[in-house]
Ligand binder design. Sequence first.
Ligand code: ADP
Length: 741
Amino acid sequence: MSDHYVKVKVQLEQMKSFGEDAEKEGVDAEEQVPVSPIPAPVSPDPSSITIAGKDASNTSITCKHRGKSRIKPGKDDKNSRDKHFSDMPLVSAPVGKNLNRPGPERTLHIKGTGRILQGKSETNGNYLTIHPSKNIKETHHEDGFSLARKRRPVTVDTSKAKTSLEALKLSIKQLKWKEFPLGRRTACDIYWHGVSFHDNENIVSGQVNKFPGMIEMLRKINLSRAVRTMQELFPEEYDFYPRSWILPEEYQQFSTQIRMVKENDATVNPTFIVKPDGGSQGDGIYLIRDPSDLKLMVGSQAKQAVVQEYIQKPLLIDKLKFDIRLYVLIKSLEPLEIYIAKEGLTRFCTEPYQEPSQKNLSHVFMHLTNYSLNVHSGNFVHSDSQSTGSKRTLSSVLYRLTAKGVDIKKVWSDIIALVIKTVIAVVPELKVYYQADIPPGKPGPTCFQILGFDILLMKNLKPVLLEVNSNPSMRIEHEQEVAPGVFEYVPSPVDEEVKVGVIRDTLLLMDPGHKKHSVSQLRSGAFEHGEEMPMEGETQEQSPDGGGALPSLCLKQVYPKYTKQFNYLRLVERIAALFIRFLGVKGNMRLGPTAFRTFIRTCKLSNSNFTMASVDILYIDITRRWSGAVPDSREAGMGLQAFLEAFFYLAGRRFKSLALREQVMSLLELCEAQLEFQSPSIEDRRSVSCSRALPRAIRTQTLGLSNPLLSSPAPLRRATSQDHRLHQKLNPRTLRANVEN
Ligand code: ADP
């Protein structure tokens, strides 16, 4: 263990020994040391903590004690399926103060060590240090103590950051890292792209903030498909996504089902929301009450869209519908690491909500929460505090709900479950993209990505997933009409508060020299501040200058933390691992007929009842249906979705008497067992860093989220001949930016 880590560990342990410790404040003792606003390295203030170093007699760090801690929820929450996850967001009393601007620079001396921590105290009293990493050189003095000196800051290429630039610049400044706004001839540690992995094609090392294929995977149709596959296998677990149909291919099923529902009960008059595939910011969205109102064509072309059950009873605040924008970091695919930002945004409609009726179907300011639409309403209120206006912080809304007696711990727990399950649904195909763009052996960067989850709370507080944005807007300014017809970008404190925190924490987690440190601390619970939630009536920590709440690390690890509860859902990922294994040539995303035959032979799935001729027919049938309508798709062959269809079919044939999930599980185990006997050469060929064989799924239950309204669409089984599940266009370079707010 390095000298530095020993010191950090010792400091943390010692801080823990104080009743109201830094851990509870969610601040890494080393990274963010809260200090008195008076720049005094040694404070006589009795509330200051003196922490002994290795040698208790002469090593101390002087810092301002933060005072009151937050409530620690019961430990029994963890590892218990029917209880809630305890990672609570900070629920703050509204303060309306921007917390991200760095304050004056300070120096902290660690007495006796000769060690100096440099950094800036923020207006809220936090202390941002130049944080120690491999980029810090430790020089030894005669007295044997080491002095931390800056060696090389982490480098970030921001030349492709586009609308994230302002928030990114602020974050980099706060961390004292080095920005390369025009790019750099030599490699950077981190590359920040505004749109896609492919924004810069020449990266061979470092880390990029986008995964290949994420834009494609999160288009409305592909996300619906991925979730639907999971709904087929785990209907109860995936009941948080509204029943959806893919247009044009499922038009017939949609109209037949709606007609039947209406015939069965004339009083039922459901509403549906139609969303163009690849659309964003509410573009082209409309509500309908009858399938005949669908606009199926654009000119002579069939419109690709998702038609979805409309949630008629959303939770209202101030009589307005609102939705939650939650930021989620996928830190890595293998091993899967997911972080959720405890602070997010809520976007409010600008016209009081009424349940849909034929009269109000076109009232977008009543039904759609998109900022980009509502900003044009005369009622839109730009927020200069966190708790009012048309865009508010998530914590201020949760605070309001807490005040109303809502069990927000349960709500938050349901939201965490929704996020993990959604990520689990998209990861299999992401891995296929990943190995195609960064094949094993080819030099390339590693990836991470911030996603924007749009979540609606129903009146009964159940969270519903609306969509996931691969490019959530990171703008921290908003457009304002400063004179009639004259628009200008002006700073938006609410956006800045939330987004700079998310980016800064993401950078910290991705710091190449600090990675292990951060992750191990998060795992060991050193950042468990999320578990302390100041409830109503409790004093929120104030900065010494009477400023706002303390920003702590806002990203909270939820996976692998909750592996036990969710690992059993990672079934499709194991099928994807099989698929990738048989893909053959590096860079492929589709199985050719020979590779499919090899898969069948290797796994010994053919027999006298299911001959290789039948295998070929199956391949042709499924592949034709999946690729027929997309002539310009990247390559011909069987994509993952088509392979899943074939796999489910084979499972159904082989294990007729079982339920679908057991059929699939049994076939998977059979295939995996066969492959264990295969020569290692296959393994070597396809040992993709992001898609190594996964451990067997652990069967545990998750939260029982059930709601009859959303109960599984039990999608029209793949066996039905109309189930033409078509692949979307796969050319990432031609995809338009999907930037949402
Ligand atoms: P876009 O990407 O165009 O913003 P969304 O799926 O986010 O598309 O939908 C836009 C808005 O429509 C959402 O912010 C939400 O207010 C509303 N909305 C979307 N789906 C539903 C639904 N199933 N039920 C109720 N409201 C919805």
